[in-house]
Ligand binder design. Structure first.
Ligand SMILES: Cc1cc2nc3c(=O)[nH]c(=O)nc-3n(C[C@H](O)[C@H](O)[C@H](O)COP(=O)(O)OP(=O)(O)OC[C@H]3O[C@@H](n4cnc5c(N)ncnc54)[C@H](O)[C@@H]3O)c2cc1C
Length: 379
């Protein structure tokens, strides 16, 4: 039997789930989510939980500011962990400080109240830090963190209540279109029909789009992170050591989660590397010498799905009627998922997003070479 739905969402990560949520909120709930493994199994459950609006383009700042409002509202309504503990960007030279002084002006212009702080103020907020080599920081008070696990499970329950169908362990092999119109998808357990398909398949998106001759210039780049045993609260903000493109955050139950950029080639399988832990430990113990005695519990890798300008691709694909995309989040798709989901729902139901800047994020900008470069990506 062939099943028919109004919309098929490929991918049960945070972006697919939030997209379904906002569509269902608008009364559009004849939706089938197809996930090849289990919900959250892609990048979502491997992320560092961070949520911020301190970016370097109007598109990111405006949309992420609204995403933060949505995280706040939905964590209350759906009942999952979210905390507005802030971010501190740490700088080790005047050049970094100067660049972020300019970025801070841009944040403030769009209503994100970041400010440059002194080393003394860093110590006030993070008393156990070793400040040797630091020249100052940028404090982002509205940034925060949420549990990806609780967010996914709460969304799953909410979606089931709204009548959205979710099928895990179902891999989409091919998207089907006829005469430029979407017809459905072919999976490893049969064909599913729909007039609309949303590709929200993270690292699987490029391959899927290829099956319908749409080129998504995305690179899946492995990123590494580890988590330690848990401690009582040592500091609230997520810390970024900009020199090392590294971060440390104390997550919900008190464990320190940390990661940093190490050289990786795109499209490589996800391997753990013996050099990651010592590199990470050097950065962590430079900031917190006492971390030398802290045990690592787990180490994992996951993909950043990188677009050419570090902004996601969200919206309709003009060449194929009924095809939509929400992917290429370039390492910040967890934080962006609520607003991405809302924008997807507006494209599908209203034909246009409410935020003008969201119109700049469709695939068209890439085809026309109208890149909007983001400079504040790390990890
Ligand atoms: C180490 C690390 C740290 C990070 N830290 C942060 C952070 O602090 N803040 C932040 O905002 N972001 C962070 N990110 C990025 C974030 O995890 C991603 O941007 C986000 O999870 C993307 O969500 P998604 O739903 O698009 O993709 P995914 O979570 O990858 O979901 C896509 C789903 O599609 C499924 N799928 C793929 N192909 C198919 C197919 N053919 N058929 C059916 N299903 C398919 C996959 O199984 C997967 O479950 C981090 C990433 C990593 C790796």
């Amino acid at each position: 039997m062939i099943m028919k739905s109004e919309l098929i969402i490929i991918g049960g990560g945070i972006v697919g789930l939030y997209s379904a949520y906002f569509l269902a909120e608008k009364g559009f709930n004849d939706i089938l989510i197809l996930e090849k493994s289990y919900l959250g199994s892609g990048s979502t459950f491997r992320c560092a939980t961070g949520i911020r609006a301190s970016f370097t383009t109007e598109e990111h700042i405006v949309l992420l500011k609204e995403s933060i409002n949505l995280w706040k509202k939905l964590s209350r309504e759906l009942g999952f962990y979210y905390e507005q503990g802030g971010y501190i960007w740490l700088f080790r030279n005047e050049e970094q400080l100067k660049a972020f002084t300019e970025f801070s002006k841009l944040h403030n212009k769009f209503g994100v109240p970041t400010r440059i702080i002194s080393v003394d103020e860093i110590v006030e907020k993070v008393p156990m830090i070793n400040t040797e080599g630091l020249v100052g920081g940028l404090f982002d008070p509205i940034a925060g963190k949420a549990s990806p696990f609780q967010a996914v499970f709460s969304l799953e329950n909410a979606l089931k209540d709204k009548g959205v169908k979710i099928r895990t362990l179902t891999r989409v092999k091919k998207i089907i279109a006829e005469n430029g119109r979407i017809k459905g998808v072919e999976t490893d357990s049969g064909t599913f029909e729909a007039d609309k398909v949303l590709i929200a398949a993270g690292y699987g998106s490029r391959e899927l789009a290829k099956t319908i001759n749409v080129d998504l210039p995305l690179n899946n780049v492995p990123h590494h992170a580890l988590v330690t045993e848990k401690f009582k609260e040592a500091f609230k903000p997520l810390l970024i050591d900009w020199t090392y493109s590294a971060y440390i955050v104390q997550v919900q139950h008190g464990n320190f989660l940390m990661g940093m950029d190490i050289e990786e080639k795109p499209q490589q399988p996800l391997y753990q590397r013996v050099d990651f832990i010592p590199k990470m430990a050097r950065v962590a113990t430079r900031l917190f010498p006492w971390m030398r005695n802290v045990n690592v519990l787990r180490y994992w890798t996951g993909y950043y799905v990188m677009s050419p300008d570090r902004h996601p691709i969200i919206g309709p694909v003009e060449e194929v009627d009924g095809l939509y995309i929400a992917t290429g989040f370039s390492g910040h798709g967890f934080m962006m998922a609520p607003i991405a989901g809302e924008v997807v729902s507006e494209w599908i139901v209203d034909g246009k997003p409410k935020y003008r800047v969201a119109e700049n994020l469709t695939l068209r900008r890439i085809k026309e070479g109208k890149f909007i470069h983001e400079k504040a990506v790390f990890g």
